[in-house]
Design a protein. Structure first.
Length: 187
């Protein structure tokens, strides 16, 4: 690589928002980097902010937002240039459980309209199975592929699917691959 790629976007574990820029100005950062006219992407940015529930927060600074709102702001920034590939490095790891589930549903909803490929890194086995069509289990250092699991849950998905037998069975297999004991504590 010799510079930023227009077809790839990255979302970090932390929002990586610029603290001196408003929500809208953080979203518009890719437009500035790629030299797009502001007018060309401004309406798209507003529509994406509306879709993730941030309408009305366009002029707020990151420190005025909750952690979930900051991650939604970062997600919109990553999606502004309609990437073919979205790389997500534990983007929901710092969120509480309910916000994490809400963000997962939001990601699935947005993905269903964009149809880009997503590589999502997570330490949560359940999250990986719920959000993915394919789960790749990696070993610890050096990272090697230990196993690949197809997830055959239908789309659209909802939280009730977390209790699907397929999720439970594959979660157990993945945990065992990662060295978790199949027995309970004290057994």
């Amino acid at each position: 690589m010799t510079g930023p790629r227009r077809d790839v976007a990255l979302m970090f574990q932390r929002s990586a928002l610029l603290p001196w820029r408003t929500v809208l100005d953080n979203v518009m950062l890719p437009a500035e980097i790629f030299g797009w006219p502001r007018r060309q992407r401004h309406q798209e940015a507003l529509e994406l902010l509306h879709r993730v529930g941030l309408a009305g927060f366009e002029k707020r600074l990151p420190n005025e937002l909750s952690g979930g709102m900051q991650q939604r702001n970062a997600l919109v920034r990553a999606l502004l240039h309609e990437p073919k590939l979205l790389l997500m490095d534990e983007p929901f790891g710092a969120l509480d459980a309910l916000t994490r589930e809400t963000m997962g549903l939001e990601l699935l909803r947005i993905w269903s309209t964009l149809h880009c490929s997503v590589i999502f890194v997570t330490h949560s086995v359940t999250e990986a199975l719920f959000l993915s069509d394919t789960v790749v289990v990696l070993s610890s250092r050096p990272g090697r592929v230990k196993a690949i699991f197809d997830v055959n849950l239908p789309h659209p998905r909802d939280l009730s699917m977390l209790s699907a037998p397929e999720i439970g069975e594959k979660a157990t297999q993945i945990r065992e691959l990662l060295g978790a004991s199949p027995k309970g504590v004290g057994e």
